[in-house]
Design a protein around this ligand. Structure first.
Ligand SMILES: Cc1ncc(COP(=O)(O)O)c(C=O)c1O
Length: 456
Protein backbone atom coordinates (compact mmCIF):
# COMPACT_ATOMS: atom_id res chain seq x y z
CA UNK A 1 0.00 0.00 0.00
CA UNK A 2 1.18 3.51 -0.78
CA UNK A 3 2.60 5.50 2.10
CA UNK A 4 0.03 7.84 3.69
CA UNK A 5 0.92 11.47 2.98
CA UNK A 6 -2.17 13.37 4.21
CA UNK A 7 -3.39 13.50 7.79
CA UNK A 8 -6.75 15.20 7.82
CA UNK A 9 -8.78 15.91 10.93
CA UNK A 10 -12.56 15.80 11.03
CA UNK A 11 -14.52 19.05 11.50
CA UNK A 12 -15.29 18.01 15.11
CA UNK A 13 -11.54 17.77 15.84
CA UNK A 14 -11.22 21.56 15.60
CA UNK A 15 -9.81 22.75 18.96
CA UNK A 16 -12.41 24.57 21.10
CA UNK A 17 -9.89 26.23 23.44
CA UNK A 18 -6.60 28.04 22.80
CA UNK A 19 -3.44 26.99 24.66
CA UNK A 20 -1.66 29.72 26.64
CA UNK A 21 1.95 28.84 27.50
CA UNK A 22 2.33 31.48 30.27
CA UNK A 23 1.66 29.14 33.23
CA UNK A 24 4.04 26.51 31.81
CA UNK A 25 7.07 28.72 31.07
CA UNK A 26 10.19 27.67 33.00
CA UNK A 27 10.64 31.27 34.20
CA UNK A 28 7.93 33.93 34.49
CA UNK A 29 7.47 36.54 31.76
CA UNK A 30 8.98 39.94 32.63
CA UNK A 31 6.40 42.72 32.96
CA UNK A 32 5.92 45.15 30.05
CA UNK A 33 7.01 48.71 30.85
CA UNK A 34 5.18 51.96 30.05
CA UNK A 35 7.06 53.86 27.28
CA UNK A 36 6.53 57.22 29.01
CA UNK A 37 6.81 56.51 32.74
CA UNK A 38 9.15 53.48 32.59
CA UNK A 39 6.91 51.86 35.22
CA UNK A 40 5.24 48.43 34.77
CA UNK A 41 2.15 48.71 32.59
CA UNK A 42 -1.30 48.09 34.02
CA UNK A 43 -4.35 46.96 32.05
CA UNK A 44 -5.68 50.56 32.08
CA UNK A 45 -2.63 51.72 30.09
CA UNK A 46 -3.56 49.36 27.27
CA UNK A 47 -7.24 50.37 27.20
CA UNK A 48 -6.84 53.09 24.49
CA UNK A 49 -5.50 50.42 22.13
CA UNK A 50 -7.19 47.09 22.91
CA UNK A 51 -10.58 45.80 24.12
CA UNK A 52 -10.75 44.47 27.68
CA UNK A 53 -11.12 40.83 26.63
CA UNK A 54 -7.80 40.93 24.76
CA UNK A 55 -6.03 42.80 27.59
CA UNK A 56 -7.15 40.06 29.97
CA UNK A 57 -5.85 37.41 27.58
CA UNK A 58 -2.56 39.30 27.31
CA UNK A 59 -1.92 38.97 31.05
CA UNK A 60 -3.75 35.68 31.56
CA UNK A 61 -2.11 32.77 33.34
CA UNK A 62 -4.97 30.40 32.48
CA UNK A 63 -3.64 27.47 30.48
CA UNK A 64 -6.81 27.18 28.36
CA UNK A 65 -8.99 29.95 26.93
CA UNK A 66 -12.33 29.01 25.33
CA UNK A 67 -12.68 29.97 21.66
CA UNK A 68 -15.95 31.94 21.21
CA UNK A 69 -18.62 30.32 18.99
CA UNK A 70 -18.60 33.04 16.28
CA UNK A 71 -14.81 32.66 15.96
CA UNK A 72 -15.13 28.88 15.65
CA UNK A 73 -17.82 29.37 12.97
CA UNK A 74 -15.33 31.36 10.88
CA UNK A 75 -12.42 29.01 11.63
CA UNK A 76 -14.59 26.28 10.10
CA UNK A 77 -14.33 28.03 6.69
CA UNK A 78 -10.83 26.48 6.39
CA UNK A 79 -9.87 24.69 9.62
CA UNK A 80 -8.68 22.10 10.53
CA UNK A 81 -5.76 22.63 8.16
CA UNK A 82 -3.90 19.66 6.63
CA UNK A 83 -0.71 18.01 7.79
CA UNK A 84 1.28 16.42 4.98
CA UNK A 85 4.22 14.09 4.88
CA UNK A 86 6.65 15.40 2.25
CA UNK A 87 7.61 11.98 0.86
CA UNK A 88 8.55 13.36 -2.55
CA UNK A 89 10.94 15.84 -0.94
CA UNK A 90 12.35 13.04 1.22
CA UNK A 91 13.00 11.02 -1.95
CA UNK A 92 14.59 13.97 -3.73
CA UNK A 93 16.92 14.46 -0.77
CA UNK A 94 17.49 10.71 -0.39
CA UNK A 95 17.10 11.15 3.33
CA UNK A 96 15.96 8.60 5.91
CA UNK A 97 14.28 11.51 7.75
CA UNK A 98 10.50 11.80 7.75
CA UNK A 99 9.46 15.35 6.93
CA UNK A 100 5.96 16.54 7.91
CA UNK A 101 4.58 19.98 7.23
CA UNK A 102 1.57 21.73 8.73
CA UNK A 103 0.08 23.87 6.00
CA UNK A 104 -1.63 27.16 6.91
CA UNK A 105 -1.70 28.38 3.29
CA UNK A 106 -5.20 26.91 2.85
CA UNK A 107 -6.76 29.82 4.76
CA UNK A 108 -8.61 32.36 2.55
CA UNK A 109 -5.88 34.96 3.11
CA UNK A 110 -3.19 32.36 2.37
CA UNK A 111 -1.48 32.22 5.78
CA UNK A 112 -1.84 31.56 9.50
CA UNK A 113 -2.70 35.21 10.18
CA UNK A 114 -6.52 34.85 10.12
CA UNK A 115 -6.31 32.61 13.23
CA UNK A 116 -5.79 35.72 15.33
CA UNK A 117 -7.32 38.32 13.00
CA UNK A 118 -10.75 36.72 13.33
CA UNK A 119 -10.46 36.55 17.12
CA UNK A 120 -9.27 40.15 17.40
CA UNK A 121 -12.00 41.49 15.12
CA UNK A 122 -14.61 39.55 17.13
CA UNK A 123 -13.53 40.95 20.53
CA UNK A 124 -13.28 44.51 19.18
CA UNK A 125 -16.76 44.30 17.65
CA UNK A 126 -18.11 43.02 20.97
CA UNK A 127 -16.53 46.04 22.68
CA UNK A 128 -18.33 48.47 20.33
CA UNK A 129 -15.25 49.55 18.36
CA UNK A 130 -15.84 50.90 14.84
CA UNK A 131 -12.42 50.65 13.18
CA UNK A 132 -9.13 48.76 13.55
CA UNK A 133 -5.77 50.26 12.58
CA UNK A 134 -2.80 48.04 11.89
CA UNK A 135 0.51 47.62 10.07
CA UNK A 136 1.45 45.00 7.54
CA UNK A 137 4.82 43.86 6.22
CA UNK A 138 4.43 41.34 3.45
CA UNK A 139 0.71 42.10 3.28
CA UNK A 140 -0.36 38.77 4.76
CA UNK A 141 -1.46 40.28 8.06
CA UNK A 142 -3.25 43.18 6.36
CA UNK A 143 -5.10 40.69 4.14
CA UNK A 144 -6.16 38.63 7.15
CA UNK A 145 -7.34 41.57 9.24
CA UNK A 146 -9.17 43.19 6.31
CA UNK A 147 -11.08 39.92 5.79
CA UNK A 148 -11.81 39.50 9.50
CA UNK A 149 -13.03 43.11 9.82
CA UNK A 150 -15.31 42.58 6.84
CA UNK A 151 -16.80 39.46 8.47
CA UNK A 152 -17.61 41.39 11.67
CA UNK A 153 -18.64 44.73 10.06
CA UNK A 154 -15.59 46.76 11.19
CA UNK A 155 -13.64 49.33 9.18
CA UNK A 156 -9.95 48.61 8.71
CA UNK A 157 -6.95 50.92 8.09
CA UNK A 158 -3.67 49.26 7.06
CA UNK A 159 -0.24 50.94 7.12
CA UNK A 160 1.71 48.81 4.64
CA UNK A 161 5.54 48.95 4.75
CA UNK A 162 6.47 50.92 1.63
CA UNK A 163 8.97 48.31 0.40
CA UNK A 164 6.20 45.69 0.35
CA UNK A 165 3.59 48.13 -0.99
CA UNK A 166 5.82 48.52 -4.04
CA UNK A 167 6.95 44.87 -4.29
CA UNK A 168 3.49 43.35 -3.83
CA UNK A 169 0.70 45.37 -5.53
CA UNK A 170 -1.62 42.36 -5.59
CA UNK A 171 -1.49 42.11 -1.81
CA UNK A 172 -2.64 45.74 -1.64
CA UNK A 173 -5.51 45.00 -4.02
CA UNK A 174 -6.41 41.90 -2.00
CA UNK A 175 -6.68 44.05 1.14
CA UNK A 176 -8.73 46.68 -0.68
CA UNK A 177 -11.07 44.01 -2.04
CA UNK A 178 -12.08 43.34 1.56
CA UNK A 179 -12.94 47.02 1.94
CA UNK A 180 -9.89 48.20 3.91
CA UNK A 181 -7.87 51.39 3.30
CA UNK A 182 -4.14 50.88 2.59
CA UNK A 183 -1.45 53.56 3.06
CA UNK A 184 2.26 53.08 2.15
CA UNK A 185 4.24 53.64 5.37
CA UNK A 186 5.93 55.96 6.30
CA UNK A 187 3.04 58.32 5.42
CA UNK A 188 2.62 62.01 6.06
CA UNK A 189 -0.76 61.31 7.71
CA UNK A 190 0.71 60.71 11.20
CA UNK A 191 3.21 62.56 13.38
CA UNK A 192 5.37 59.41 13.59
CA UNK A 193 5.41 59.03 9.80
CA UNK A 194 6.18 62.73 9.21
CA UNK A 195 9.14 62.60 11.58
CA UNK A 196 10.65 59.64 9.74
CA UNK A 197 10.08 61.25 6.34
CA UNK A 198 11.78 64.48 7.47
CA UNK A 199 14.88 62.53 8.50
CA UNK A 200 14.74 59.91 5.69
CA UNK A 201 12.63 61.11 2.72
CA UNK A 202 13.44 57.89 0.81
CA UNK A 203 12.60 55.54 3.68
CA UNK A 204 11.37 52.15 2.45
CA UNK A 205 9.68 51.71 5.82
CA UNK A 206 9.80 48.97 8.41
CA UNK A 207 7.34 47.12 10.57
CA UNK A 208 8.47 49.23 13.55
CA UNK A 209 7.58 52.48 11.74
CA UNK A 210 4.24 51.16 10.47
CA UNK A 211 3.36 50.03 14.00
CA UNK A 212 4.06 53.56 15.29
CA UNK A 213 1.68 55.01 12.70
CA UNK A 214 -1.13 52.55 13.46
CA UNK A 215 -0.71 52.92 17.24
CA UNK A 216 -0.88 56.71 16.87
CA UNK A 217 -4.13 56.56 14.91
CA UNK A 218 -5.67 54.21 17.49
CA UNK A 219 -4.46 56.25 20.47
CA UNK A 220 -5.84 59.51 19.05
CA UNK A 221 -9.23 58.23 17.81
CA UNK A 222 -11.88 57.10 20.31
CA UNK A 223 -13.65 54.78 17.83
CA UNK A 224 -10.43 53.11 16.62
CA UNK A 225 -8.42 50.36 18.26
CA UNK A 226 -5.06 48.92 17.34
CA UNK A 227 -4.51 45.38 16.19
CA UNK A 228 -1.16 43.58 16.01
CA UNK A 229 -0.52 40.46 13.94
CA UNK A 230 2.29 39.01 16.05
CA UNK A 231 4.54 39.41 19.13
CA UNK A 232 1.83 39.87 21.80
CA UNK A 233 0.94 37.01 24.14
CA UNK A 234 -2.71 36.91 23.07
CA UNK A 235 -1.72 36.67 19.39
CA UNK A 236 0.54 33.67 20.07
CA UNK A 237 -2.23 32.08 22.14
CA UNK A 238 -4.73 32.39 19.26
CA UNK A 239 -2.21 30.72 16.94
CA UNK A 240 -2.03 27.65 19.19
CA UNK A 241 -4.80 26.06 17.10
CA UNK A 242 -2.01 25.17 14.64
CA UNK A 243 -0.02 23.10 17.13
CA UNK A 244 -3.06 21.61 18.85
CA UNK A 245 -4.21 20.24 15.50
CA UNK A 246 -0.69 19.14 14.56
CA UNK A 247 -0.40 17.12 17.79
CA UNK A 248 -3.50 15.12 16.84
CA UNK A 249 -2.23 14.73 13.27
CA UNK A 250 1.22 13.51 14.33
CA UNK A 251 -0.58 10.98 16.54
CA UNK A 252 -2.55 9.85 13.46
CA UNK A 253 0.78 9.39 11.68
CA UNK A 254 2.03 7.41 14.68
CA UNK A 255 5.16 9.58 15.02
CA UNK A 256 6.60 12.11 17.42
CA UNK A 257 8.66 15.00 16.07
CA UNK A 258 12.37 15.00 16.96
CA UNK A 259 12.68 18.55 15.74
CA UNK A 260 10.06 21.25 15.10
CA UNK A 261 11.06 24.07 12.75
CA UNK A 262 9.38 27.37 11.94
CA UNK A 263 10.14 30.88 10.75
CA UNK A 264 10.08 33.77 13.18
CA UNK A 265 9.12 37.35 12.39
CA UNK A 266 7.52 38.26 15.68
CA UNK A 267 7.05 34.61 16.54
CA UNK A 268 3.33 33.93 16.15
CA UNK A 269 3.16 31.11 13.59
CA UNK A 270 6.10 29.29 15.11
CA UNK A 271 4.82 29.66 18.67
CA UNK A 272 1.40 28.53 17.44
CA UNK A 273 2.88 25.32 16.06
CA UNK A 274 5.55 24.75 18.69
CA UNK A 275 4.08 25.69 22.07
CA UNK A 276 1.66 22.77 22.55
CA UNK A 277 4.65 20.47 21.90
CA UNK A 278 6.90 22.69 24.06
CA UNK A 279 4.59 22.08 27.01
CA UNK A 280 5.56 18.39 26.87
CA UNK A 281 9.26 19.23 26.57
CA UNK A 282 9.11 21.59 29.58
CA UNK A 283 7.24 18.90 31.54
CA UNK A 284 10.10 16.50 30.74
CA UNK A 285 7.87 14.16 28.70
CA UNK A 286 9.82 14.58 25.42
CA UNK A 287 13.25 15.56 24.15
CA UNK A 288 11.94 17.41 21.07
CA UNK A 289 14.28 20.07 19.68
CA UNK A 290 12.91 23.43 18.58
CA UNK A 291 14.53 25.41 15.76
CA UNK A 292 13.51 29.01 15.00
CA UNK A 293 14.66 30.37 11.62
CA UNK A 294 15.14 33.98 10.51
CA UNK A 295 16.85 36.09 7.80
CA UNK A 296 20.49 37.22 8.10
CA UNK A 297 19.11 40.66 7.15
CA UNK A 298 17.13 40.80 10.40
CA UNK A 299 18.82 38.35 12.79
CA UNK A 300 17.03 39.16 16.05
CA UNK A 301 17.41 35.76 17.75
CA UNK A 302 20.90 34.98 16.48
CA UNK A 303 22.57 38.41 16.74
CA UNK A 304 20.21 40.50 18.87
CA UNK A 305 20.46 41.28 22.55
CA UNK A 306 17.99 40.13 25.22
CA UNK A 307 16.92 43.50 26.60
CA UNK A 308 14.01 45.79 27.34
CA UNK A 309 13.13 47.67 24.13
CA UNK A 310 10.26 49.52 22.53
CA UNK A 311 7.92 47.46 20.38
CA UNK A 312 7.89 50.20 17.71
CA UNK A 313 10.26 52.66 16.12
CA UNK A 314 8.81 55.90 17.50
CA UNK A 315 8.87 54.65 21.09
CA UNK A 316 5.09 54.78 21.63
CA UNK A 317 4.41 51.08 22.09
CA UNK A 318 5.11 49.26 25.38
CA UNK A 319 8.71 48.40 26.29
CA UNK A 320 9.08 44.63 26.48
CA UNK A 321 11.88 42.20 27.35
CA UNK A 322 12.85 40.39 24.17
CA UNK A 323 15.66 39.69 21.75
CA UNK A 324 16.04 42.92 19.83
CA UNK A 325 18.25 44.62 17.26
CA UNK A 326 17.15 48.01 18.62
CA UNK A 327 13.88 49.71 17.71
CA UNK A 328 15.60 52.05 15.22
CA UNK A 329 17.10 49.12 13.27
CA UNK A 330 15.76 49.14 9.70
CA UNK A 331 16.45 45.84 7.96
CA UNK A 332 17.35 45.68 4.29
CA UNK A 333 14.22 45.26 2.13
CA UNK A 334 14.44 41.48 1.74
CA UNK A 335 11.44 39.73 0.21
CA UNK A 336 10.47 38.05 3.49
CA UNK A 337 8.71 41.26 4.56
CA UNK A 338 7.01 39.50 7.46
CA UNK A 339 10.37 38.73 9.05
CA UNK A 340 11.60 42.34 9.05
CA UNK A 341 10.80 43.11 12.69
CA UNK A 342 13.47 44.33 15.12
CA UNK A 343 12.24 42.24 18.07
CA UNK A 344 10.54 38.95 18.94
CA UNK A 345 7.71 37.76 21.13
CA UNK A 346 8.72 37.91 24.84
CA UNK A 347 7.79 34.27 25.57
CA UNK A 348 9.71 32.97 22.55
CA UNK A 349 12.69 35.16 23.47
CA UNK A 350 12.67 33.66 26.97
CA UNK A 351 12.60 30.11 25.59
CA UNK A 352 15.65 30.88 23.43
CA UNK A 353 17.45 32.48 26.37
CA UNK A 354 16.64 29.46 28.54
CA UNK A 355 18.14 27.13 25.93
CA UNK A 356 14.84 25.40 25.10
CA UNK A 357 14.82 26.77 21.56
CA UNK A 358 17.65 27.08 19.00
CA UNK A 359 17.85 29.71 16.27
CA UNK A 360 19.50 29.91 12.85
CA UNK A 361 19.68 32.69 10.24
CA UNK A 362 19.77 32.21 6.45
CA UNK A 363 20.53 34.43 3.46
CA UNK A 364 17.93 35.30 0.83
CA UNK A 365 19.24 33.18 -2.01
CA UNK A 366 19.61 30.12 0.20
CA UNK A 367 15.98 30.27 1.34
CA UNK A 368 14.68 30.64 -2.21
CA UNK A 369 16.83 27.70 -3.31
CA UNK A 370 15.11 25.63 -0.62
CA UNK A 371 11.67 26.99 -1.52
CA UNK A 372 12.12 26.08 -5.21
CA UNK A 373 13.35 22.61 -4.29
CA UNK A 374 10.30 22.17 -2.05
CA UNK A 375 7.91 23.49 -4.72
CA UNK A 376 9.34 21.18 -7.39
CA UNK A 377 8.93 18.16 -5.11
CA UNK A 378 5.62 18.94 -3.36
CA UNK A 379 3.84 21.36 -5.72
CA UNK A 380 3.31 24.11 -3.14
CA UNK A 381 5.12 27.43 -3.63
CA UNK A 382 5.90 28.72 -0.13
CA UNK A 383 5.84 32.35 0.96
CA UNK A 384 9.38 33.73 1.47
CA UNK A 385 8.89 33.71 5.26
CA UNK A 386 8.29 29.96 5.70
CA UNK A 387 10.94 29.33 3.05
CA UNK A 388 13.35 29.96 5.96
CA UNK A 389 11.79 27.07 7.86
CA UNK A 390 12.03 24.88 4.76
CA UNK A 391 15.74 25.73 4.45
CA UNK A 392 16.11 24.59 8.06
CA UNK A 393 14.16 21.38 7.41
CA UNK A 394 16.15 20.50 4.28
CA UNK A 395 19.43 21.07 6.14
CA UNK A 396 18.23 18.81 8.98
CA UNK A 397 17.17 16.14 6.46
CA UNK A 398 20.53 16.27 4.70
CA UNK A 399 22.29 15.95 8.05
CA UNK A 400 20.11 12.91 8.77
CA UNK A 401 21.20 11.39 5.45
CA UNK A 402 24.84 11.94 6.32
CA UNK A 403 24.51 10.50 9.82
CA UNK A 404 22.05 7.78 8.75
CA UNK A 405 19.64 8.93 11.45
CA UNK A 406 15.88 8.34 11.03
CA UNK A 407 14.70 11.61 12.40
CA UNK A 408 11.16 13.02 12.34
CA UNK A 409 11.00 16.66 11.26
CA UNK A 410 7.89 18.80 11.65
CA UNK A 411 7.94 22.10 9.79
CA UNK A 412 5.49 25.00 9.84
CA UNK A 413 4.47 26.10 6.34
CA UNK A 414 2.80 29.32 7.41
CA UNK A 415 1.64 30.51 3.99
CA UNK A 416 1.76 30.15 0.22
CA UNK A 417 3.77 32.47 -2.00
CA UNK A 418 1.23 33.15 -4.73
CA UNK A 419 1.56 36.90 -4.21
CA UNK A 420 5.36 36.71 -4.05
CA UNK A 421 6.05 35.98 -7.71
CA UNK A 422 8.26 39.06 -8.06
CA UNK A 423 10.53 37.58 -5.41
CA UNK A 424 10.67 34.23 -7.24
CA UNK A 425 11.29 36.02 -10.54
CA UNK A 426 14.19 37.93 -8.96
CA UNK A 427 15.60 34.71 -7.54
CA UNK A 428 15.23 32.70 -10.74
CA UNK A 429 16.85 35.47 -12.78
CA UNK A 430 19.70 35.92 -10.29
CA UNK A 431 18.67 39.46 -9.42
CA UNK A 432 18.33 38.91 -5.67
CA UNK A 433 20.99 40.80 -3.76
CA UNK A 434 22.59 38.69 -1.05
CA UNK A 435 22.05 40.61 2.16
CA UNK A 436 24.63 39.79 4.77
CA UNK A 437 24.52 40.60 8.44
CA UNK A 438 26.23 43.89 9.27
CA UNK A 439 27.48 44.31 12.83
CA UNK A 440 27.63 48.14 12.43
CA UNK A 441 23.86 48.36 11.80
CA UNK A 442 23.12 46.26 14.85
CA UNK A 443 25.54 48.22 17.07
CA UNK A 444 23.83 51.42 15.96
CA UNK A 445 20.37 50.01 16.73
CA UNK A 446 21.40 48.66 20.13
CA UNK A 447 22.89 52.00 21.13
CA UNK A 448 19.29 53.29 21.09
CA UNK A 449 17.78 50.98 23.74
CA UNK A 450 15.59 52.78 26.31
CA UNK A 451 17.93 51.80 29.15
CA UNK A 452 15.40 49.93 31.28
CA UNK A 453 17.42 47.40 33.32
CA UNK A 454 16.48 43.72 33.37
CA UNK A 455 15.72 42.48 36.88
CA UNK A 456 18.36 40.30 38.51
C1 LIG B 1 3.36 33.72 5.79
C2 LIG B 1 4.01 34.37 6.96
N1 LIG B 1 4.77 33.62 7.78
C3 LIG B 1 5.39 34.16 8.83
C4 LIG B 1 5.29 35.50 9.13
C5 LIG B 1 6.04 36.03 10.32
O1 LIG B 1 5.25 36.40 11.39
P1 LIG B 1 5.16 35.52 12.68
O2 LIG B 1 6.56 35.31 13.18
O3 LIG B 1 4.36 36.31 13.64
O4 LIG B 1 4.50 34.24 12.33
C6 LIG B 1 4.50 36.32 8.33
C7 LIG B 1 4.34 37.75 8.66
O5 LIG B 1 3.83 38.53 7.95
C8 LIG B 1 3.85 35.74 7.22
O6 LIG B 1 3.10 36.47 6.42
Amino acid sequence: MAEQTQFNLKPEDLPTAWYNIAPDLPVPLLPPIHPGTHQPIGPADLAPLFPEALILQEVSTDRWIDIPGPVLDIYRLWRPTPLFRATRLEQALQTPAHIYFKYEGVSPAGSHKPNTAVAQAFYNKEAGIKRLATETGAGQWGSALAMACQFFGLECLVFMVKASFEQKPYRRIFIETFGAEVRPSPTSTTQAGKKILEAHPDSTGSLGIAISEAVEVAATNEDTNYSLGSVLNHVLTHQSVIGLEAQKQMAMAGEEPDVIIGCVGGGSNYAGLAYPFMADRIAGKTQTRFLATEPTACPTLTKGQFAYDFGDTAGMAPIVAMYTLGHSFVPAPVHAGGLRYHGDAPSLSLLVREGLMEAKAYTQNSIFEAAVQFARAQGIIPAPEPAHAIRGAIDEAVEARESGQEKVILVGLSGHGHFDMQAYDDYLNRRLPEVEFRQEDVDEGLADLPGVPLPG
